[in-house]
Design a protein around this ligand. Structure first.
Ligand SMILES: Nc1ncnc2c1ncn2[C@@H]1O[C@H](COP(=O)(O)OP(=O)(O)OP(=O)(O)O)[C@@H](O)[C@H]1O
Length: 685
């Protein structure tokens, strides 16, 4: 058997490392030769510019730019080789096809590597078809899908390795899919500043999502810490590999909840050897869609208003606009608006007769067009075919006047006034309010964008071939209706109904399924982030009977009763000091609101000036000590979490409960809650 013992494996590792080093040296040489060539070519161009004719200069420039392209590709290969030289592989699967008597060993790594001389594949990229055996099967009958069809056979051996800095830390023989010991080791490590890749321990159910090629829309509902975001990013890496001829990172967009989250996840794809993908927030999208219509309140302001005020009317306005029924009502209104607000008239413009019946016929014939461009097209057609008594076409001024007359025949020329009419016509004028400075409430931003698209037409983001939507529960049906128009591409949509930051407008998987009836849906029940004790504790806040916490143990979360605010501050200072003398790398002080986070920051920053206070304007996530409101901590994780003010005054509504759940589920290893007065009823036994 090939590389039978651990000693054989270690020898093989050294042999492989030597090959990698050789390839790396060659690549470095090639790169420095190429950079010399580029410099020489540029110098030549510069020194001989006067003597070269334009065609020669252009040819020389093309040559330089193609040399640079090749250089960039080689630099990317060098980076991959450098990574492999640290850790060439993490898995091995021996597979015997049905027609063979002996098995072949496949070593699985973050990238593929072939011996330059023999072209023999020594390491297989985790995304290759054969590597799926490693994630999907234990020892026994197995199969994988290859470009030439399904390959049946038997896995005869499986091994997992931890190799760091070229040294094999351990090797585990495992008969099952991914050995729990390896997963445990990965999960008990202290957090990193950025989200890390999970290629060595992808679970079977996660692999199925990553490698799903069939879904046009894939909806992933998963408990807190079930790996949704990690899986979605690995899925992107897989799709980029699988469809490399037609898909590049420039074609993929992620709609992320905020910039801190975008920064936190930004390393995963580069770690997997791919370029970062484009990122955008829903607010950015709304700003683009509403350009020229009106300003609008940002999402985090809506969250703050709901948390800090007791405005039932605001809650009612938000709730009304968060249902499927609202989208249907708006659709029905817009469908009839087309007829109701179009009033064709007989008019004569500078001698050109516009005939009512003819206008109606033209208007209806162009039904597939949005209303405003339709009117413009009608006017252009009328002006184009009109002739005066001398047989001359109308002048430009007359054409403009015809256009103005035709445009007047539709009563509403802008989204804001037509949207206002929607509320008047449906008898609910109180549900739409503009704030001062012509600013729409956040709940109106996407309905307004929808109405604008109805009037003017949508301009889809044609370059996007795959859209990733994280935190799907925070978006309403009307937002999805806008997304469907702007992104007619494949989509991966993920989230957790239990982690809503706005109970008046949160969307469950069932609701989103109604918007994308043909979507494939998957649910993830296993939670990897937190210890069993923390996961169980969080279940007191949001019960999920299907949740399977990972069997990883740690301290029981503690709830510390403090006599007064000064006592609570002293407790938190003690927890921070304990964190500093521990092995842990990140501590999150997660508060309910931004103003509480600001207040704690003000109280602690003298002693710990390096504390990072997260606000909606923050752009970066750093490890160390971080104070954040729960809605910004969503998606992040910390080795230790402290939740201050867990009292009955602060955490009392359903929304507060969601935020407390989010706060607690950010903890990987240790969780402490502090309070004065009466404990929140959500945690009282
Ligand atoms: N197969 C796996 N192997 C190792 N670690 C994993 C695996 N799956 C998930 N994790 C780890 O679990 C943690 C949670 O993952 P992730 O943030 O992707 O989950 P999530 O479902 O998006 O969480 P949330 O919704 O609570 O923000 C991360 O530290 C991630 O690295």
């Amino acid at each position: 058997m090939f590389n039978e013992s651990e000693a054989d494996e270690k020898r093989y590792l050294q042999w492989l490392l030597a090959r990698l080093q050789r390839a790396l040296n060659r690549m470095e040489e090639r790169l420095s030769a190429a950079s010399r060539d580029v410099l020489d070519a540029k110098r030549y161009l510069w020194q001989n510019a006067a003597m070269l004719d334009p065609a020669e200069r252009a040819a020389q420039r093309v040559e330089v730019s193609s040399m640079i392209d090749i250089g960039e590709k080689n630099a990317a290969t060098r980076d991959k080789l450098r990574k492999l030289a640290q850790s060439p592989f993490f898995g091995r699967v021996d597979f015997r096809t049905e027609d063979r008597t002996d098995a072949e060993a496949y070593y699985i790594g973050v990238h593929s590597f072939a011996d330059e001389a023999s072209q023999e594949n020594l390491i297989y990229d985790w995304r290759t078809p054969v590597a799926s055996l490693f994630y999907d099967y234990g020892v026994g009958p197995a199969a994988f899908s290859a470009p030439m069809g399904r390959v049946e056979g038997e896995v005869t051996r499986k091994r997992q390795y931890k190799i760091a800095s070229g040294e094999m830390a351990y090797m585990i023989e495992s008969a099952i899919t991914i050995n729990d010991d390896v997963l445990q080791k990965e999960l008990s490590a202290a957090s990193d500043e950025k989200m890390k890749n999970i290629v060595a321990t992808i679970q079977q159910e996660q692999n199925a999502i990553i490698r799903n090629e069939s879904a046009n829309e894939l909806l992933i509902q998963g408990a807190a810490g079930s790996g949704k975001t990690s899986v979605a990013l690995h899925r992107v890496a897989f799709l980029l590999y699988r469809f490399k001829e037609r898909l590049s990172s420039r074609h993929i967009l992620i709609l992320s909840p905020n910039k801190v989250f975008a920064d936190y996840i930004s390393n995963v794809l580069p770690e997997l050897g791919e370029e970062p993908i484009l990122e955008m927030g829903m607010d950015d999208l709304a700003a683009q869609a509403l350009a020229g219509v009106c300003g609008f309140q940002r999402f985090h302001r809506q969250v703050a208003e709901l948390l800090e005020g007791e405005d039932d009317a605001l809650a009612a306005r938000i709730a009304h606009k968060a249902s499927i029924a609202f989208v249907r009502e708006l659709d029905a209104f817009l469908a009839q608006a087309e007829e109701v607000y179009f009033e064709a008239k007989d008019v004569v413009v500078d001698g050109v007769k516009l005939d009512r019946e003819d206008l109606i016929a033209r208007y209806r014939a162009l039904r597939s067009m949005p209303v405003l461009p339709r009117l413009d097209k009608m006017a252009a057609a009328i002006a184009g075919s009109a002739r005066d008594e001398e047989g001359d076409k109308p002048s430009a001024a007359t054409s403009r006047r015809i256009l103005a007359e035709v445009r007047k025949m539709f009563k509403y020329r802008d989204a804001l006034s037509l949207y206002g009419e929607f509320y008047r016509a449906t008898g609910k004028p109180g549900l739409f309010r503009l704030r001062s400075g012509k600013t729409a409430e956040y709940a109106d931003a996407f309905p307004l964008a929808y109405v604008k698209m109805y009037l003017e037409g949508a301009e889809p983001y044609a370059f996007v071939k795959h859209l990733l939507v994280d935190e799907m529960q925070d978006y309403t049906p009307i937002q999805y209706a806008v997304l469907a128009k702007l992104f007619p591409c494949k989509k991966t949509i993920l989230g957790d109904g239990n982690q809503s930051v706005n109970p008046y407008s949160s969307s469950s998987l069932a609701l989103i399924r109604q918007i994308f009836p043909r979507a494939e849906t998957v649910e993830l029940f296993k939670s990897y982030r937190s210890t069993l004790e923390i996961s169980r504790f969080a279940q007191r806040l949001k019960r999920n009977d299907k949740l399977i916490p990972i069997e990883r143990h740690g301290d029981e979360p503690s709830i510390v009763a403090c006599v007064d605010p000064a006592g609570e501050e002293a407790t938190i200072r003690g927890l921070i000091a304990a964190f500093e003398s521990s092995e842990q790398r990140s501590l999150g002080v997660v508060c309910k609101t931004q103003s509480q986070a600001d207040a704690w920051h003000a109280r602690l920053k003298d002693a710990w000036p390096e504390i990072d206070l997260l606000s909606f304007d923050s752009e970066r996530y750093r490890d160390g000590i971080c104070i954040a409101p729960a809605h910004l901590a969503k998606g992040l994780e910390f080795d230790m979490v402290v939740v201050p003010s867990a009292d009955a005054r602060v955490y009392r509504t359903e929304l507060d409960k969601s935020l407390l759940y989010i706060a607690c589920t950010r903890a990987m290893h240790k969780l402490t809650l502090t309070y004065c007065g009466e404990l929140t009823p959500f945690l009282a036994r």
